[in-house]
Write a protein that binds this ligand. Structure first.
Ligand code: 13P
Length: 228
């Protein structure tokens, strides 16, 4: 299982040092068979090597250059970062549109990065029953057979709400996404200790992208244990 932690805008360099050390120790001393990737804020990237991978929540599709406030591939490479999230709804809401996301996707693909491409519908789209059409449109023009692609289905209405989508609904959507791509599929949106076992046992579910429930390392470790 892929168990990915998106720490969002949480953790200083110091507190992530502590997080990483505790997680690393735990993974080393347990019989962990899962693929763990943690996405800290970029100011907290560590140069140390761990038994999990560090990934980037965001990047600008450039090696370097005149892009104030952004970080490019050169900065990711310094930390040996190969996993990048693209298309998270919390970035789309800031103005990253499909065209720009395709540009990011193509850049990351050209560089051979592991792309975690996030898609997800709003509550309005969900309520009017056009989720599948909408999700398909979010994937259009992307190379869905790119070998290092993972697609994360994160319904916006479930993110940070404390209430995940139902297993039946996740199953239906992942089934649909499987008809579009053979990439690994993740579910994200209020994954927690109470639902991770059931969600991760869904047929086409290859893992989870966890937000809030991963912010505290002890809780993230419990989540990993829950599906051992
Ligand atoms: P929550 O787990 O807090 O709902 O966040 C999910 C998410 O956005 C992961 O990318």
């Amino acid at each position: 299982m892929k168990i990915y932690a998106n720490l969002k805008c949480n953790h200083s360099r110091k507190s992530f040092e502590n997080y990483a050390e505790i997680l690393d120790q735990d993974l080393k001393s347990s019989f962990n068979t899962h693929e763990i990737v943690v996405f800290p804020p970029s100011s907290a990237f560590s140069e140390l090597k761990f038994s999990f991978r560090q990934g980037a929540q965001n990047f600008y599709p450039t090696l370097n250059g005149n892009f104030t406030g952004e970080i490019g591939l050169e900065m990711l490479e310094e930390f040996d970062i190969k996993d990048v999230i693209i298309g998270h709804s919390e970035r789309r809401i800031l103005g990253e549109n499909d065209e720009f996301l395709k540009h990011k996707f193509d850049f990351a693909k050209e560089k051979g990065l592991n792309i975690i491409f996030c898609i997800g519908e709003s509550d309005v789209v969900y309520m009017n029953g056009s989720s599948k059409e909408f999700l398909k449109s979010q994937l259009k023009e992307l190379d869905l057979e790119y070998k290092n692609l993972t697609i994360a289905y994160e319904p916006i209405w479930a993110i940070g709400s404390g209430k995940s989508a139902s297993p039946e609904y996740i199953d239906e959507i992942l089934d649909f996404l499987r008809t579009l791509s053979s990439a690994p599929l993740l579910y994200g949106g209020s994954v927690n200790l109470g639902n991770i076992a059931e969600i991760s046992s869904i047929k086409n579910c290859n893992g989870v992208l966890v937000g809030s429930a991963s912010f505290e390392v002890e809780n993230f470790i419990k989540l990993i244990r829950e599906i051992e």
